[in-house]
Design a binder for this molecule. Structure first.
Ligand code: 5GP
Length: 140
């Protein structure tokens, strides 16, 4: 497996070199909206620890990401009036991973509505701003 690349997009977001629609942050994790959402409210949870994917993250760091995913999932159900929610995490290109800093996808779902294919379209800034505000409010 290739080594962790400190210049991946999410490492740049963590360092504040690129912007994001942040919804949650603590000592261990950052969560922000996917700019090409597969469903309204599609959120990404990442560890602050540098990890390419599940194969090089420490169990403790993975637990921090899982805890945040658990909390944000409950809030996303409310914020987006969802009927269900898909949690997904890709490891290596064969699985669909394209950004090589571990991230968990949280995708709110509605009955009868399929997920868009990955990276289908960049969402409007106003929609992303509104969705981030809704999720932040639901997180309390
Ligand atoms: P993967 O396929 O690696 O699991 O998912 C990478 C995700 O990152 C995709 O859902 C894609 O839409 C998202 N993404 C790619 N570039 C950016 C970016 O610059 N900002 C944000 N917020 N998401 C991104």
């Amino acid at each position: 497996m290739p080594a962790y690349d400190t210049n991946n997009i999410f490492a740049k977001i963590l360092r504040g070199e690129l912007p994001c629609y942040k919804v949650y942050e603590d000592e261990h994790v950052l969560a922000f909206l996917d700019i090409m959402p597969r469903s309204p409210g599609h959120t990404l949870v990442i560890p602050k620890a540098p990890a390419r994917n599940i194969f090089d993250i420490s169990p403790d760091d993975y637990v921090h990401v899982a805890r945040a995913t658990h909390r944000i999932s409950a809030a996303a159900m409310k914020a987006f009036n969802a009927d269900g929610l898909t949690v997904q995490q890709h490891n290596e290109p064969a699985s669909g991973q394209v950004v090589f800093h571990l991230h968990i996808h949280i995708m709110p779902r509605h009955h009868g509505v399929s997920l868009l294919p990955p990276a289908s379209r960049k969402e409007d800034a106003k929609v992303l701003e509104d969705n981030a505000a809704k999720l932040i409010a639901a997180l309390g």
